[in-house]
Design a binder for this molecule. Structure first.
Ligand code: KG4
Ligand code: ZN
Length: 333
């Protein structure tokens, strides 16, 4: 039985996994506190994790209806993320592992997003190509087998979610904005403005979203306020379309480059209606299988961290006492 702990950004999460069954998954979001500042404030995130982590773990154990001493392994996110936030989870995990006398596994958060695909209700097995798109990361990886990840492309600047959030802000929507933009775009015409699709060249699997964001900024700066008010949904749909087109094109190109016919996705942006629609249409057209975990497993959660810990080597006591956290660390090429 694995207790997973995730505190890499602004969600305090704990989950209990037994075999492939998620007995509990508790997520305490801090979004409302960071919304005041229009983005995640690292120091505030760390302080909230400190206040919440014990309660969230206690709730995960209670919801799972198990005794704490039936946990046999602790899994914790050690990288990448906000360093202060990560350290709260790592220190907590070490203390519980030490107290229970069980082993500890440090998990890469990105690998956790991939491992969400191994969980119910529709677990899948590699090989697959996986797109991870969230507020903090955008990567596409080839997964030949569990625990093996080959980076095929990643963003050179903003993450896709960050680009959607910043676009939403320019359009006068709230924070984080991606979901609101999605809703507004549903009533708009994506062909109203042609925004640039970043690094749109054959064979180029990296992403770039800074150009489209700048294009929106200049477009809005020079726009008649009357047209803005009349066409806000059309502009939202056009902007969103440029971001989503890049994600879909590059994911399909990545799969083709590996002659792989299965695609998985993860990260908060996978909740996006247009991403789901376009990926589903293109996968069907190209004879590919598409797998999208439920939204609660796509956004940050600890069940995915526990899932990854099942095939990773554990550190026994006293080796894990030296386990640290690092802010950087994606997939290796
Ligand atoms: O994975 P996540 O919950 O947290 C991390 O960033 O790690 O992802 C959050 C991101 C935000 O940028 C948010 O705006 C975006 O996911 N998001 C969406 C939608 N729902 C959440 N983006 C587009 N459409 C949505 N429906
Ligand atoms: Zn994430």
């Amino acid at each position: 039985m694995i207790l997973g702990i995730e505190t890499s950004c602004d969600d305090t999460c704990a989950a209990v996994l037994h075999g492939n069954e998620i007995l509990s998954s508790v997520i305490s979001s801090q979004t409302e506190f960071h919304a005041l500042y229009g983005g995640v404030v690292p120091e505030i995130a760390s302080r909230h994790h400190l206040e919440l982590v014990n309660a969230v773990i206690t709730q995960a154990i209670a919801k799972a209806d198990v005794e704490l001493n039936s946990i046999t392994r602790i899994a914790v996110t050690t990288r990448p993320g906000l360093i202060g936030a990560l350290l709260v989870g790592v220190a907590t995990a070490k203390s519980i592992a030490y107290g229970l006398g069980v082993e500890l596994v440090g998990v890469n958060h990105m690998e956790g997003h991939v491992a969400a695909n191994y969980l119910p209700p529709e677990p899948v097995e590699p090989p697959f190509v996986c797109l991870i798109a969230s507020g903090g990361h955008t990567s596409v990886v080839f997964v030949p087998q569990r625990g093996e990840h080959k980076l095929l492309g990643q963003t050179l600047d903003d993450a896709a979610g960050e680009a959607l959030d910043k676009g939403a802000r320019l359009l006068g929507l709230g924070y984080p904005g991606g979901a609101e933009l999605d809703t507004l775009a549903a009533d708009g015409a994506p062909g109203y403005v042609t925004f640039p699709v970043g690094l749109d060249k054959p064979g180029r699997l990296d992403f770039s979203f800074s150009g489209v964001k700048t294009a929106l900024y200049y477009y809005l700066r020079d726009l008649d306020p009357k047209i803005f008010n009349e066409h806000r949904a059309d502009i939202a749909a056009s902007y969103q379309s440029a971001v989503i087109t890049a994600l879909v094109k590059k994911t399909l190109a990545a799969a083709a480059s590996k002659r792989c016919d299965q695609i998985c996705i993860g990260g908060g942006v996978s909740a996006n209606t247009e991403l789901r629609r376009l990926l589903a249409t293109e996968c069907e057209r190209q004879g590919m299988r598409l797998h999208i975990p439920p939204p609660t497993l796509c956004t940050d959660n600890a069940a995915m961290i526990a899932s990854a810990a099942r095939y990773l080597p554990a550190k026994p006591l006293p080796d894990y006492l030296s386990l640290g956290a690092t802010a950087s660390g994606g997939f290796a090429a």
